[in-house]
Write a protein that binds this ligand. Structure first.
Ligand code: ATP
Length: 328
């Protein structure tokens, strides 16, 4: 490999910069030139890029976001998008492309592979942790801590005012962040897709544990962590419905994009460095159409085409435990 390219795509995640840094430093040490496309696949289609030397990745390991910027790219999903992207790679003499993103971005890479002879490798970078073939994605650990920081603060005000609070967390169709932050924050209830579909016309399963908790003395705050897309209209509508049903004021707090920002925690910096360096090494060994992931602490490769196949299961032990204590 003489020249490789890297891009960050989909939702940005803390640690993407650490990953770019590892890729550039590893490649530089092996005399491979690196270019970075800007704004995800858009930069590839529009040939908006910059050459990345070691000095460009200096002092970025601790920065959130991505120096290459990230974006969705509807143009790649147009009929001729993948072929155009492959042409751009050929014109720029790129031997290999590294895509840092989620399973959607990997689908984009797979689409390009139909027209491209070079190597393609994915690195899982998304706060959602919803990618098969790796135990953790880059950004997940930081997102949990960010959510947790907010949950702890909301707990203080919930406690002072003796209110019920609903905290809505990100995760699209996955309860990873909600389960992890809910467990770590001592949430009284966690509502996420993996706990079974919530029926908007029957809020009994949520109300019953609240009423039970009210009977217990000394319980002055009650926190419900709700994964986004769990209820029509989100946590705000659910809080209104609950207020009406139980006659106690329920407040909603939507954390939103705060969860994507911030300096990556140590675990994300280490994972990002390991997977970025591993991706470059594996490219040099000829790997293609795979994702560089980590399973049981070991870096490993997983077919790119299978990364979004099935919903990666959240920890069944914690799910069972949370349901067991659900009415304390
Ligand atoms: P996150 O879940 O963290 O937001 P993601 O990588 O899953 O990350 P998506 O928005 O699903 O994010 O996908 C990112 C981009 O990947 C899309 O904007 C599009 O350019 C490309 N992409 C996704 N699916 C396809 C597809 N089937 N064909 C071509 N390109 C695709």
């Amino acid at each position: 490999i003489k020249r490789l390219a890297v891009l960050t795509s989909g939702g940005d995640a803390p640690g993407m910069n650490a990953c770019i840094r590892a890729i550039v430093l590893t490649a530089s040490a092996c005399n491979i030139e690196v270019i970075g496309f800007k704004h995800g696949f858009n930069g590839l289609l529009e040939q908006e890029y910059q050459t990345l030397h070691a000095m460009h990745v200096d002092n970025i390991i601790q920065r959130g976001g991505t120096i290459l910027k990230s974006a969705r790219c509807p143009a790649l999903q147009q009929a001729n998008g993948p072929a155009e992207a492959a042409d751009a790679l050929k014109q720029l003499d790129i031997d290999a492309l590294i895509v840092i993103g989620g399973d959607g971005s990997f689908r984009g890479a797979m689409a390009i592979s139909n027209f491209y002879d070079g190597q393609l490798i994915g690195v899982p970078g998304t706060i959602d942790n919803d990618v098969d073939g790796t135990d953790r994605t880059i950004g997940f650990a930081t997102a949990i801590d960010t959510a947790l920081d907010a949950i702890d603060k909301i707990r203080d005000t919930a406690d002072a005012f003796e209110r019920i609070f609903l905290v809505e967390l990100m995760g699209r169709h996955s309860g990873y962040i909600s389960l992890a932050a809910g467990i770590a924050g001592g949430a009284e209830q966690i509502i996420c897709p993996e706990f079974g579909q919530l029926n908007p016309d029957n809020l009994r399963p949520i109300i019953k544990p609240i009423q039970h908790a009210q009977l217990l003395k000394g319980k002055s705050s009650y926190l419900i962590v709700v994964a986004e897309n769990s209820y029509p209209g989100g946590a705000t509508s659910l809080a209104e419905a609950l207020t009406k049903a139980i006659g106690i004021e329920c407040r909603a707090c939507i954390l939103g994009h705060i969860q994507r920002g911030g300096s990556p925690v140590g675990a994300d910096r280490i994972l990002a460095t390991k997977l970025g360096a591993f991706a470059v090494e594996q490219l040099m060994h000829g790997a293609t159409l795979v994702m560089a992931g980590e399973v049981n602490g070991e870096a490993c490769l997983y077919p790119l085409a299978k990364t979004g196949d099935k919903a990666k299961a959240i920890d069944p032990f914690l799910v069972r435990w949370q349901q067991q204590i659900g009415s304390y």
